[in-house]
Structures are given as structure tokens and as C-alpha cells.
Design a protein around this ligand. Sequence first.
Ligand SMILES: [Zn+2]
Length: 160
Amino acid sequence: MQRSVRVPADTRPSIRGSRVSAEEPMIADLFDVDKRLSLKPVVDFNSYLRNAFGEGPCRCHRCLEGADQTSYALAHTFSFDGRPWHRRFASTAASDVAQVLKKAWLSYTKVDLTLSGILDLTTVQTFTDAALHPRLLALLPASGLAHEADGQWHLQAPAD
Ligand SMILES: [Zn+2]
């Protein structure tokens, strides 16, 4: 029986110049603790979160016209690592987030994620790289997939 688990090459600590954040080495450290974190859907979920935002403020038509972001139902521009980031709309509809989250959840917990009711955020954070927690907490409401109320995260089945 094959017992060794290989950490995918793209999650190994690497130095690719000054733009590399602390995220990747931290994932590698976590793999040593919990091998489920090296499951492909879990790795994919973390990659997805990392790529869900692009650097710089949102430059959509509405934002470029100087609309007041506080009037938006869903936020467009965020602050991570002390810099502005924009949500990549094309890949971050509620249904997109739901799809990758469901796969990672099933892979990690071996049970299906029900896309309604209360979301066990603690479990999601268990398989999310700590450096990506701010992106997770931003993307859940910004995509419209979940909202926080009374200290709980409530899932909303994606309409799109
Ligand atoms: Zn915008």
C-alpha cells in the first residue's frame, strides 16, 4: 500500500522574487501536520482563493465613474497585506465559489456540504491556509455565497 503523500511541486516553498508572499511556505508547513491538506481539491480551493483577487482597486465601469462603494450590495475593492485588491468577477460568482468549496469540503471531511443553513466556518478555515483567511472572509460575502449574522455564517444557495 502506498502510504507516502507527495506535496505537489507548486505548493513547495519557493523564492520567486520579492513579490512572493508568506502564503506558500505556510501551506507547505500545514501539509506536514495534516495530509488531507494535500488533497487536490483542497489545494485547488486554496489556489482559487489566492487567485480570486487581483492587485489594485477595482476598475469596473461603475468604480471608475467614482461610485460610492459603500452603496454596493457586494464589495468590489478590498485591502489585503496593506494593499488594495479587486475581486475577479469572472471567476467569483457565488456558484463558482460554491463549486470549489463543495469539492474541497467533500475531499477533506468525506461528507457533502449542504449549501444552505449555517456554514461551519471553523472547518473551512481548517483546510484554508491561514494567510488566505482574510480572502476567504472577504469572498464569502462578496460573492453572495454566505453572509455573517449573529456571529454565524449563513449559506445562500447560489442563484446563478
Ligand atoms: Zn468595481
